[in-house]
Design a protein around this ligand. Sequence first.
Ligand SMILES: [Zn+2]
Ligand SMILES: [Zn+2]
Length: 406
Amino acid sequence: MRIKQFEEEIIGYRQELHKYPELEYQEFRTQRFIADTLTAHGIKCNTEIYKTAVVADIVGANGSAVDNGTVDTKGKKCNGQMVALRADMDALAMTESVDANPRSLNAGVMHSCGHDVHMASLLGAAIWLSKNKDKFTGTVRIVFQPAEEDGMEGGAKGLIEAGVMKGVSAIFGLHVWTGMAHGTVGICEGKAMASSDDFRLTITGKGGHIAKPTEGNNTIYPAAEFASNLNWVQSQRTKADDEVVIGLAYLRAGTTANNVIPQVAELGGSIRCFNESTRVKIKEEMTLLAKTIAEKYGVKCDYSHTHGYGPTINDLQAAEFYRKSCAKVEGVNTVTIPSSVMGAEDIGAYFKHAKGAMAWIGATKDEKSSYNIHHPSFFCHDETVLLCAEIYLQVALDFLEKGEWE
Ligand SMILES: [Zn+2]
Ligand SMILES: [Zn+2]
């Protein structure tokens, strides 16, 4: 493993980042740490591009960067391709289990999704590249992206608008994956992760005494009808081969008083699918359902439906390329094509601008590393951090050697 020579540094970065987790768009200390680390290794970076993001271009000795206008490459001659590597930066608002080591020192915030692992490993890959510029032609753009956990307005969108994909021919990302054995890498064929949209409905009727229903307008009945019709939207209004989840997350109405008509009912949840036209169709159907129910029951229905992350669809060619790269990495013994999941990520946004794919890196070795992401006991071993670094490095070098997509 080439990255082994920086093992101590990489493990140290991971420990530091893990101790100081920060929530979406508040990754100030994280940003400073990344920028200082890169700068200390002679890598010029851009911390102005978008909120708390850090972007740096590492240009091979044999080739100069594409003129992308965002980093320190303006006006340079185009020679060689540019490959981007992305790591996410944010943590979650939750308390880490007490016996964790390293443990979060920021109360109520925890790197329970492994983004500390992604950042430390990408720093490691960047440092190797900066010290081995004679070994590649072209540019590796490293992208530290804030706010992946946001779900609605993640950092990918802002970075793309700020021009981070300008000149990029390929982009690769990864995510540690507990439940999958360490040494196994999974890269989906096409559909990898679902889109994520939110819906909320507030129903307003008329309160009063429960014994005088005709003088009031009870909101529980229209709320129940809306809730029970969600299955109908899913099964009868989307195609049978579309994978769709319409999940109701809350339904609130009334108090514990048995004799009061509830005047307001609120319900909401999340919609997951893989198809953009299905997303639009579901929005139309649910908006119509709310309108129909409002008319039928004579209540006011305020319905809102917000599109969050789009689906993450790995480019087929990029996915195959990435699988071949991973298979070459020492420590990877199995490369699989896993089934997609209904969870969401904003990495898919980049894949609309260049061919790209994301890999799931198996992280489970023992009971300690068996907890799911977002669990207070989530933990990743150092070996997984190093493996992630080597995978980032391998795919970038392989792509630059290949030069371009056929
Ligand atoms: Zn994550
Ligand atoms: Zn997460």
